[in-house]
Ligand binder design. Structure first.
Ligand code: SAH
Length: 370
């Protein structure tokens, strides 16, 4: 048993089972033992690899997307906000790729939203030389003007609550203690009749009993705040993550239990050694999009797959340039392999989705969206 297990077991014995969200929040963000608080989890020597660490084109093309939107907005002063920036690699590539776009950097203030002291330090080392005005925040800052918000593999790290449908309502899935004091999933004793958020709209008793529904209240709150700011002051939001998009016309798409733990590039037991493995859940893009449209004067096209988004942004052309400038075969192979991993339907190309939300008026033409 590690230290965080001890703390959480003590809490359960004292005040009863934890919601999945409470367990997930502690595992990821406990100030002393939380997964993100104590380490840099990214890369080969870590637990998982993200798109910006696989290929520089990822951050570059997102930079171009933002700069194109900024030009359409009439080149105003703008706040570029990145949520959960990891090592700062995406922003480094973003800034390099947009350095030649006349006036963009002069007009942009950069805001990094990061809770992990370890990763904040890595970001500062990488980015301080790359731009004169970068600020760090623990939470989404409130800004005075238009903003461009980007988030890669951020929303999947926000704590979810899980509910199991019953004949008449829902029972929350919670984490309690088993006979030999190990963590185990239980159902809350009390039945819930109304889910704790307005969306997705699910009436009690309409789903087959046993269906698991996931809700991410923190993600919804952030999305609402972002949409309301973008609607009022202008700008755009781009989120890339693995998740699901409900088929059109469908009110509810219960993806089931998507909570997963990964350690050293392998799946790990969600309830074992909290704080030692990364915990994530799939992102419900349809609900986020609906939350955005109900909370701000914004537009949001149907989400696009990561593969299609990158190809439409000119990934192939950029890869050709990188291949032409590669030192040797090893480097050429890495460049080609990176493109394959990001775009192939067999790898990240279709599993990852891109959600865009923009100011409704004046309307913008979004690069890479149909
Ligand atoms: N975007 C990066 C890192 C993804 S990992 C990349 O693509 O490589 C998730 C990131 O979100 C980490 O930087 C983590 O520290 C940060 N994070 C997780 N929960 C957070 C929260 N509630 N607020 C701010 N940052 C958070």
């Amino acid at each position: 048993m590690n230290s965080l297990s001890g703390i959480l077991s003590g809490r359960i014995r004292a005040t009863g089972p934890l919601t999945v969200a409470e367990y997930m929040r502690a595992a990821l963000a406990h100030p002393e033992y939380g997964y993100y608080m104590t380490r840099d989890p990214l890369g080969l020597g870590g637990d998982f690899v993200t798109a910006p660490e696989i290929s520089q084109i990822f951050g570059e093309l997102i930079g171009i997307w933002c700069a194109e939107i900024w030009l359409q907005m009439g080149s105003p002063d703008v706040h570029v906000v990145e949520l959960g920036p990891g090592r700062g690699t995406l922003m480094k590539d973003f800034l390099r790729a947009t350095a030649h776009i006349h006036g963009f950097h002069q007009h942009a203030d950069i805001h990094m939203v990061e809770t992990s002291p370890v990763l904040k330090q890595a970001q500062q080392a990488t980015l301080t030389p790359a731009h004169p005005r970068i600020q760090w925040h623990q939470e989404l800052p409130s800004v005075r003007g238009p903003m461009l918000v980007i988030a890669n593999e951020f929303f999947d790290a926000l704590p979810i609550r899980q509910f199991v449908a019953t004949e008449k309502g829902f029972r929350e899935r919670v984490v309690g203690l088993g006979e030999s004091d190990q963590f185990e999933f239980l159902l809350a004793e009390e039945e819930t009749h109304h889910l704790p958020t307005a969306l997705p709209r699910i009436e009690a008793g309409t789903l087959p009993a046993g269906t698991i529904i996931e809700i991410c209240p923190v993600a919804q709150q952030m999305m609402a705040q972002i949409a309301s700011t973008i609607g009022a002051k202008g700008g755009a939001f781009l989120a890339i993550d693995y998740g699901y998009v409900r088929p059109e016309m469908m009110d509810v798409h219960a993806a089931g239990d998507t909570l997963q733990a990964v350690r050293e590039h392998q799946y790990h037991d969600v309830l074992r050694q909290p704080g030692a493995a990364d915990l994530t859940a799939h992102v419900d893009f349809s609900t986020l999009r609906q939350v955005a449209m109900e909370n701000g004067r914004v537009a949001s096209p149907h989400p696009e797959t990561q593969g299609m988004f990158l190809k439409r942004m000119g990934a192939q052309l950029r890869i050709q340039q990188l291949l032409a400038h590669s030192r040797d075969d090893t480097q050429r192979q890495m460049v080609a392999r990176g493109y394959e991993r990001l775009t192939s339907p067999k790898e990240m190309g279709e599993l990852f989705q891109v959600l865009a939300v923009t100011q409704a008026s004046p309307a913008l033409k979004l690069p890479a969206f149909a």
